[in-house]
Design a protein around this ligand. Structure first.
Ligand SMILES: Nc1ncnc2c1ncn2[C@@H]1O[C@H](COP(=O)(O)OP(=O)(O)OP(=O)(O)O)[C@@H](O)[C@H]1O
Length: 471
């Protein structure tokens, strides 16, 4: 069956003739002689094409009114072909404006071949439109899934600027270099670039440059013909070819040797690769490069090729560290805690704004990754999450980090909060005497003049239970 055709025609003899020819040409046909029976059958029959006469004797609506109703009220993709003998120029204009697929005159020039030709084309067009719509829906679903899997949280001015730059370069189909400290979200940014590029849906591969040593680099990037170096009876497809039309993400580009950088530069400049042991192939591969080093590294010719840098220097995106993103810390924390809390247990509604200053006192050297792991740790270790529990863990984190870098009284001055600073001192003090007394709570309590239960409560509040458990 080629498709379904519904015929609205008051001349029943003509209608039967058309139906016979259509059936002989493998169409399924439904006839109606007036608008009421037509609409009564339309929804169940679901035609691909509707043939409609303009003048319909004994019908409530004429053909043009039927066409108007279909276009204005029904969202199904019907293709309407209007056939009529006596129409005015004004009616033809109306038929066109109402979006009929075609108008055919019944006059002496009317022939059935012509009708079949237009029905065939209308059905092909409809199928194509449906296919395109399916592809569009599939594409949008993929985009939604990808965006959910790699959320890019943040509304601060600096992050919005990064987002705009990424969109601009992605839309312009440019190679980019993304710089930022560890854990700032360079991979998140790379995924955002991909989602917003016209290459979305095409291959996207990530390679950690430190994993590419000199002996395998050419094969991995550019591929190898079969039988070369006594290897394999099949050609090896390199990443540049795999990602042709798509994106190759080279993570930590400065870990590549200058020699390897030269080969990559050649590949993007000439848009071709030299497969090991053989042919030259054309490729159209977009590159996202990242590095956690300072921009200065790129002007050091012993780390990065100058010619490569000149090629990319206009397309550098700097991801700011978390400590420079202001309120984003609240958005990120809410997001992480909610997603982990969903996973482990229910949490109360968090009002993180009231502890924002304290959250920002800590510098988060590990950036978003550190914040994410911090949230996960709290969600795993706390039954109930509220600002107090968060502050307690933050506080321990601050003390730990200060202990790692500072000695003497000075370290307490880093905490600009008397309560926290006192707690830091208490923690060090209790730890010192616990150690001296072999981690016995009773002995330590005696030595420092506290009730055993009071000391126990303090140990818990200061998050020192782990120390007891481990010793
Ligand atoms: N803006 C953000 N929104 C949501 N999650 C983020 C964001 N930025 C980073 N993350 C999360 O933080 C973690 C670290 O991010 P990512 O791996 O992108 O950082 P990176 O800069 O590439 O790190 P590295 O330098 O170590 O390679 C990931 O789990 C990521 O999902």
């Amino acid at each position: 069956m080629k498709g379904k055709v519904m015929v609205l025609e008051d001349d029943t003899v003509l209608a039967e003739q058309i139906a016979l020819i259509l059936k002989n040409n493998e169409y399924e046909v439904q006839l109606a002689s007036n608008s009421d029976t037509f609409f009564a059958q339309l929804r169940t029959f679901k035609p691909d094409v509707i043939l409609v006469d303009v003048f319909l004797v004994g019908s409530r609506l004429n053909g043009i009114q039927v066409l108007k109703y279909i276009k204005e009220n029904l969202d199904f993709n019907y293709k309407v072909i209007v056939i009529s003998g006596e129409v005015t120029t004004e009616q033809i204009r109306q038929i066109r404006e109402l979006g009929a697929y075609h108008f055919l005159e019944k006059g002496p020039n009317f022939n059935i071949e012509q009708l079949l030709f237009h029905i065939d084309n209308a059905i092909n067009l409809k199928r194509q439109e449906e296919q395109n719509l399916d592809l569009q829906i599939e594409y949008l679903n993929l985009k939604r899934q990808f965006t959910q899997a790699f959320p890019f949280i943040g509304e601060s001015a600096t992050i919005n600027k990064v987002r705009n730059q990424l969109i601009k370069f992605a839309e312009a189909d440019e190679d980019v270099l993304i710089l930022g400290e560890n854990g700032t979200g360079k991979e998140v940014a790379a995924n955002f670039f991909y989602i917003n590029s016209r290459r979305f849906g095409k291959p996207f591969h990530t390679i950690f440059c430190s994993a590419l040593n000199e002996s395998i680099i050419e094969r991995e990037l550019f591929g190898q013909e079969k039988g070369i170096n006594g290897l394999s009876d099949r050609p090896y497809i390199g990443l540049f070819e795999k990602c042709s039309e798509g994106i190759l993400f080279l993570d930590e580009i400065t870990n590549l040797s200058l020699n390897a950088q030269a080969k990559i530069l050649r590949a993007i400049e000439n848009k071709e690769i030299h497969v090991v042991g053989g042919s030259v192939k054309k490729v159209n591969t977009r590159l996202i490069l990242t590095s956690n080093t300072d921009i200065k590294t790129f002007s050091d010719p012993s780390r990065f090729r100058k010619d490569f840098f000149y090629r990319i220097e206009g397309n550098i995106i700097q991801i700011p560290p978390l400590r420079e993103r202001g309120d984003d810390i609240i958005l990120l924390m809410n997001y992480f805690i909610n997603s982990y809390a969903d996973y482990y247990h229910q949490s109360d509604h968090l009002e993180l704004n009231s502890i924002k200053d304290e959250l920002l006192t800590y510098k988060w050297p590990g950036n978003v990754r550190e914040l994410k792991n911090f949230c996960k740790y709290i969600c795993i270790n706390e039954r109930e999450i509220n600002n107090q529990t968060i502050l307690r863990h933050l506080h321990n984190k601050m003390i730990q980090s200060i202990n790692e870098t500072t000695t003497g009284m000075e370290k307490y001055f880093y905490i600009h909060n008397l309560k926290h600073s006192t707690a830091a001192f208490e923690r060090d003090y209790i730890l010192h005497f616990l150690k001296e007394n072999n981690y016995s709570v009773s002995k330590t309590a005696k030595v420092i003049g506290l009730e055993r239960t009071t000391l126990y409560k303090k140990i818990k509040a200061l998050g020192l239970n782990n120390v007891l458990r481990e010793n």
